[in-house]
Design a protein around this ligand. Sequence first.
Ligand code: ADP
Ligand code: ZN
Ligand code: ZN
Length: 725
Amino acid sequence: MTVYNILQVALPVPLPHLFDYLAPQDGPAILPGARVLVPFGRRKMVGVVVGRADRSDVPADRLLAVSEVLDVGEPLLDAPLIELLRWCWIYYKHAPGEVVASALPPALRKAKGVLPDPPQSYRLTAAGRDRLEQPAGRAPVQFRMLEALSDGPLGADGLAGIGSQWRKTLTSVLQQCWVVAQVAAPVKPRFTPGPELVPDQRKAVDSISGALDGFGCHLLDGITGSGKTEVYMSLLEEVITSGRQALVLVPEIGLTPQLLRRFRNRLGLEPAVIHSGLSAGGRLDSWASAKSGRARLVVGTRSALFTPMPELGMIVLDEEHDASFKQQDGFRYSARDIAVKRAAELDIPIVLGSATPSLESLRNAVQGKYSWHRLRQRATRAPLPAWRVLDLRQQSTVNGLSATSLEAMTEVLERGEQAMVFLNRRGYAPVLMCQQCGWSGSCGRCDAHLTWHRSAGRLVCHHCGSQRPAPQFCPDCRADALVGAGEGTQQLEESLEKQFTDIPILRFDRDRTSRAGVMDAQLEQVRTGAPCLLVGTQMLAKGHHFPGVTLVVIVNIDQALYSADFRALERMGQMIQQVAGRAGRMDKPGTVILQTLHPDHPALELLLGQGYEAYARWLLEERQAAGLPPAGYQALLRAEAHDRDVAERFLEDAVRIFPQGETRVYGPMPAIMERVGGRSRMYLVVQGAVRAALHHQVDQWLPALRKLPSARKVRWAVDIDPQNL
Ligand code: ADP
Ligand code: ZN
Ligand code: ZN
């Protein structure tokens, strides 16, 4: 074997390995983390160099050279990040190139993309000061710009106030050498003291800030309103003051303008925001300022996890139980788990916050692997809401609401307060049904009913998105007997509008708030404190405080009590607790009404009687007894095909070649919703008590799976630590 200068390149293709290319003969050394343009088949592709070698398994005559080095100088991804990404593709068994691509902002995945220059600021020169001594003369705008700079340097945003032609003016004062450009100095944060911490908060802050110098995982287990965010901010202040950067990760739905405003006001700095809804340019700017160290605080959703931050000193992950931290397709990773890994590698602390910790984190806390900080009182000392379980078997309902619930709502509104109705189903009705023959609208491509969106006059499948106009008459028997069965948020809204004619009804669900500005306008209306009714889906359960709301009605959670998914009860408990947490304030305690057909279900009795922690510990015992996560470990082999038999055959072949060991494989079985988008989804569960054994067996299994002839006819993927069946 000849010795070469080989670059190992991660290319964004769904193949389970890296690609070897020859480094250019001359030119500067290429460091791992730099992007290169390489020939791939008939095209050119952007890849990231992740390693170097002096030999390759590729025969010498087939080794191709890199076409172009896109990042000369400092590489885009630093060494610790490359190592983290390497850990990810090995642990999650996903194509390395796709894993690495997910760490780059979309703009840098293209050959044309370049890291923007740091923002400039402009400073008056001695000549510029001399010019100011003279009369303005015939260039008053230039003169005004010089005056503006006489108190110190300004950036583009500071100069824009001069007038619409400010760029032209700037060019001429630069040409005259009255002004020079320089790299803007990072803005110094100006902290505003927060409220005096209550004892629980104080204890948590003291204990975590005493441990800022090394790795440690801290579970901040605090009920809604207990002041977790204040705890984060005290810690962030300390980390940032000591010259380090901090990363705050929040769920999709938690990244609200209010949260950013709180950080801005308290910490006196502009957080760099990173989430998938940003424009490519905005995302690139945030990424670049995090990478350069200018941004001291990065706030983002799942994908912000991989942001390069050279001086990262702490990670905070809020609402750590939230399902949106797990990516559900492609590179199926858990941002929470990788965040813990990143903190461990960098030897820095990580704070996981939640009012309803996941069983995974709770178990780590119980076992002493995580430090456990409990906040059990509301920081404002507002009393906790009172529960009321309403037995629906004893009551008739109108559009899903019992007479007792309606009375309670009337009372609250008459007192000048606000009420909230929670129903986790958007649309008008779950099903459109024929009362004559029993026909119901169902999706031809999924095992699902079509949801009736009455105002739009459409039937929509909430699983594959397919839709069609709602029929006037029954498609089967032609009778004029179509009615909606069950309730969705639209129907609730309509029914409440009839019963509370002079009260504003504000609906919060994806259909309503997808229109720009609607969410903010409605939140603004709630904040005025005037009586109103909020109706909505889990969008209401997350991220917002509604101090004027003193009554919460939870319409229906009964499906969760008898679900086939072993996580259903955990999620139900979290949801009930989160919704309830929105209500009540100091002077006006709240009430939560839970309508159910199963008031005696032991899970409900435990949750409402003894609270989330007792409930979660009980669930944990059940999982322990069954060897289910987090007491055991799982991986899924997922397969889908148009034809159920084809998927099943592949999975049966897969079972046959599963390697020997202590980990077992179960299945094939159909996904809880088997048909989605016209494809059948099946899976195998790989389950065992020892994580390392599971990974060892799956790693042995994968190369053999790829060789199965039946694998070519299906779409398949491994899902490590799956969250959904
Ligand atoms: P969480 O994040 O746990 O839901 P927050 O930090 O948002 O709680 O606090 C809830 C409310 O209580 C906020 O309005 C916050 O300003 C207030 N708050 C938090 N800590 C204190 C404190 N120590 N004293 C007074 N008010 C506080
Ligand atoms: Zn019919
Ligand atoms: Zn569908």
